[in-house]
Design a protein around this ligand. Sequence first.
Ligand code: KG4
Ligand code: ZN
Length: 350
Amino acid sequence: MSTVILGIETSCDDTGVSIVVDGHLIKSNVIASQTSIHNQHGGIVPELASRQHIRDIMPVIDLSLKESEMDMTDIDIISATYGPGLAGSLITGLNAAKTISMCLSKPFYGVNHLEGHVYSAWLDQATGPDKQIGFPIVALIASGGHTDLVLMKDHGIYELLGHTLDDAAGECFDKAARILGLGFPGGPEIQKTAGEHLSDFHLPRAWLPGTSNFSFSGLKTAVLKLAIDQNVYPEDSSKLDKKSRDNLIIEISAAFQESVVDVLSSKVIKAASDHRAKGIIIGGGVAANLPLRERINQLSPIPTYIPVPRLCTDNGAMIAAAAYYQQLRQEPWDLKLDINPGLKIYDIVH
Ligand code: KG4
Ligand code: ZN
């Protein structure tokens, strides 16, 4: 008998609701993006995000059911992200899930958003529910708020190997894009602008030798300094004509992206070798970055499991996938569960 799970994700600025069968088969995956709202402000405004989730949550649940051609009675389990993330955003998805669970007497599972990013690697239309991913696995979670490197020893068992000491990789993409006058979110904008270009500029890498930690604040400062030196920032048409400015933005974007890709890929490969991992997973919005995906695939001597780009960014399907593997080994969660905005991946206790 198959298990149908409703996954709700509202930790940041996307309202995501998905229906997933047996932890891998996506029946629907609806995402109401708030990009156009936050774009005008150059970053996420928490108050606007929480208000928009309240408007979007019920229509997105309805649409997800409609697309899957199911109704609530077909759902076996309700799951939602309870942290980490923005408090006002988390509350909406978690309360919606708990309410549905209570009204329909269906089991409820709370999911750590970071664990969801890891489980997006199990989502696959083609392969079976028990995709042969051997443990231990090294997983990189690189998003707008986190850059964590973990050793996943089995389903739900994580050891933190390293994390960012300052900015997250995605946050750094967003800040660099802002300096260069590109849109929000910065990751896709920088990737599009850099294209296949090999830059003449070289930006620094914080290797932090002997650790699996990361640091991106120096890179952010270096981008700012380079943009100022090259008269790209602040924008001033009396100092730089449009064509030269556009060319410099390509050069700086490519140098920036190469620095992030170099550090993330090298550190993931080294950690996998140090810990004799059987595979590598990358997840989180930054894992949608094509040069990063290509580099890790190129360098890795072991199998890599990298979700398609649209499953790297926030979505409800990854929450349902994580809940599926939870319900195989533990009882449903108490509906008293509250949000935990500062939740860490190693806080998962099963
Ligand atoms: O996982 P996610 O959707 O939300 C969080 O949990 O934070 O990640 C969003 C982050 C943003 O910082 C965005 O700029 C970055 O992921 N991102 C990318 C790409 N697509 C999204 N960074 C680099 N290259 C991309 N293609
Ligand atoms: Zn995320």
